[in-house]
Design a protein around this ligand. Structure first.
Ligand SMILES: Cc1ncc(COP(=O)(O)O)c(C=O)c1O
Length: 344
């Protein structure tokens, strides 16, 4: 049994810091279903302004925020386009179909390397016999795509594609903060390119709970009803919103540290037959196609050495850095992982 543990499975495993807990404990609260929670209202206004939109809505999870946005943009029976690895069609348990009646069609999994022309070629306009495309969703940063950052120029081209075809553009921005820190693109620049965004406070930013849907005032008014219908109306949610406000004030710039730590991990495993994608942010995807160990086996041996990693597929594993991972933790992982990979 290892005496040192580092949890690299996900950036969702963080625990609130002392400062965050203090902010939560002292938060002013009210009944948010009545619109009377001052801390939730302040968070929603703050996040809307960050992205240059009129309004935002606090939701319990990134999945619910995504699904509310998709229901705003795509009517039952109509179509969403996204990539085959997108969180909205991979990890949300069929919610777009189950709750929104939404038909989804995907382009091949290419992570952040999207070809706007290829996406344009997939759009089906209104007409007889074809399911009409109503929205395109992209993921910034891309989770299964090794934390890849979609370049601003690609997003601008996609916006032009969406405008030409009169379809909407949604951003699953669970880790858009990481893209902002990695590429130095202001959040407002990202915001103005999308009809709706979902952004998460509970991933790299380290809040225990919470995501927001961002959009125009009329969309967010409808979003409030959809959230209630889905059971996401919360009462004294200011305790959670306070954690989110604290995270926005204290945990955005520090993401650069997480990115540097992720690069150290990628460099450590690269010489041992593991194809790590170019690491830009806090996610490191390991392609074990050419390695003797498959992802489950690697995860099991690594766990015994005190390094917890995620299994994303038979030969795909993932390492994630976050605010709960110290330099000493990375030292431990960069010592243990090459040793494990060479021994097998
Ligand atoms: C890209 C992306 N979108 C959405 C989500 C959903 O967030 P939640 O787990 O809060 O539903 C995640 C979760 O990790 C994610 O990685």
């Amino acid at each position: 049994m290892a005496d040192q543990f580092v949890d690299l499975r996900s950036d969702t495993v963080t625990r609130p810091t002392a400062g965050m807990r203090e902010a939560m404990a002292t938060a002013e609260v009210g009944d948010d279903v009545y619109g009377e929670d001052p801390t939730v209202n302040a968070l929603e206004a703050e996040v809307a302004a960050l992205f240059g939109h009129e309004a935002a809505l606090f939701a319990p999870s990134g999945s619910m925020a995504n699904q509310i946005a998709l229901q705003l943009l795509v009517s039952p029976g109509d179509e969403l386009l996204c990539d085959a690895d997108a969180h909205v069609v991979t990890y949300e348990i069929g919610a777009a179909a189950a709750y929104g009646g939404i038909s989804s069609r995907t382009w091949p999994a290419v992570g952040a390397d999207i070809d706007p022309e290829a996406v344009a070629g997939m759009i089906r306009p209104d007409g007889f016999f074809a399911v009409p495309t109503r929205a395109i969703a992209v993921e910034q940063t891309h989770n299964r795509g090794g934390g890849g950052v979609i370049p601003l120029s690609t997003l601008r081209d996609l916006r032009a594609v969406a405008d030409d075809a009169d379809v909407a553009l949604h951003c699953d921005g669970a880790r858009i903060w990481h893209a902002h820190v990695a590429d130095g693109v202001p959040l407002i620049e990202y915001g103005r390119l999308f009809d709706t965004l979902s952004v998460c406070l509970s991933k790299g930013l380290g809040a225990p709970v919470g995501s927001l849907v961002v959009g125009s005032a009329d969309k967010i008014e409808r979003a409030r009803l959809i959230r209630k219908r889905m059971g996401g109306g919360m009462r004294q949610a200011g305790i959670l919103a306070a954690a989110g406000r604290y995270a926005l004030a204290h945990h955005v710039d520090r993401l650069a540290d997480d990115h540097a730590k992720a690069s150290r991990l990628a460099e450590a495993v690269a010489p041992f037959g593991v194809l790590a994608t170019t690491v830009r942010t806090n996610l490191v995807a390991l392609d074990l196609t050419k390695h003797a160990l498959d992802a489950r086996a690697l995860a099991a041996v690594a766990r015994a050495e005190g390094v917890l990693i995620s299994v994303l597929g038979p030969r795909t594993a993932r390492l994630v850095t976050h605010l709960g991972v110290s330099d000493a933790d990375i030292d431990h992982a960069v010592e243990a992982l090459p040793r494990i990979l060479t021994a097998s």
